[in-house]
Each structure stands twice: as structure tokens, then as C-alpha cells.
Write a protein that binds this ligand. Sequence first.
Ligand SMILES: [Zn+2]
Length: 210
Amino acid sequence: MTIYPAKIPFVLPYLMPSLTFKKNTTGKTVFLTFDDGPTPVVTDWLLQFLENENIPATFFWVGEKINKNKELARKVVNAGHTIGNHTYHHLDAWKTGTNLYIEEIKKTEKHINGLYNSKKLFRPPYGHLSPKKIKILKQMEFKVVMWTVVSGDFYPKLNTDKVIKKLSRQTKPGYILVFHDSRKAFKNLKSILPPVVHNLKSRGFTFEML
Ligand SMILES: [Zn+2]
């Protein structure tokens, strides 16, 4: 069982140096990322929260959901946030052939480009990839962004107090944090994100997009 929040194993960046697990920053900067949206109500709540806090974020979206929620997607883009690619149907790279996987990414990229000029960021669902897929993504000029710490907001039995304390205390400059704007994560997201953001702000952190 994974204990959340979960930091990525320290060897991974050395094993997969072409992927981004953390950013090099000069200041006390942290990167908030939100996966699996856009989701009505959930993404609306998040957008309002980010606006109230005046902080930018990066969203890794599922193409199918962009297609279903175009107006909401446009609202997020118009608010100035960054959008990345998270496949069309949230596919697992370990269970999907390369051709289909790449087609899904291309299809999603078309939807992102329909909203704004894509920065070509990709995050694989479940963090799963293969050397072959990594190579193709590189040829396609995608920047593959993993994360430093996953909040565990999708986990129903999450000990939110513990997550708030640990995320607040353990976050360091350059960290990429993962949350989810999905229905499954909504309850936990609402309880952990605001206190974590307030704590990081009080410690002098600023927030940037990827
Ligand atoms: Zn995902």
C-alpha cells in the first residue's frame, strides 16, 4: 500500500534522465499540476480557487473530456493556465500498443491546439511509459513531465490531516506536486489544496506553470 503523499523514488530521475521529475529553480518556486480533467464542478471550483489565490497552474487533460467540456476547457485556458496532454482515454502505456498510444496523444493534441498554442507537455497516465514510447515522444518534441510528489487526493481513505502537514513541510523549491480535478478526488482536493497553498505562501513560496 502506498503511503500518501508519496515522493517518487530518488533513483528514477537517474534511470530516466529525459523525463522531468523536478524543476531547477532559482527562487522558492513550486509547480502545482492537476490531472484527469476538465471535470464540470470540480474544475470550476479549482479555477475559482486559483483565481482567488492569484496563482497559475498546469493541467494535464484527457482529450475525451476536453471534447465533452469545451466551454469549461476554454475558461481555464482564458484564465492563463498551462494545458498538457494526458492521452485521449487515460490509457495505461503498459497495457496499450505503441500505435494506439501515440494516436491518442495526437488526437488529444489537436483538441489542445484548438484551445491555444500547445506547449507540447505530456504526462503519462499512472506514470507508466516504456523506452520505445519515450523515444517516440521525444521525436515528436514532447516534454514528458512526471512529478516530485503525488498528493494521493484520489485515494478514498486518505488521511488528509497528515497529507496537509507532510505536503506543507516537505515541499522544496522546484517540486512538482500532483493533484486531480476529477470527481473521485474532489472531496480530498477541497480539503487538502487550500491549507497546503496557504502554508506554502506563508513560507515564501511562489507558484509557477510548467
Ligand atoms: Zn491521470
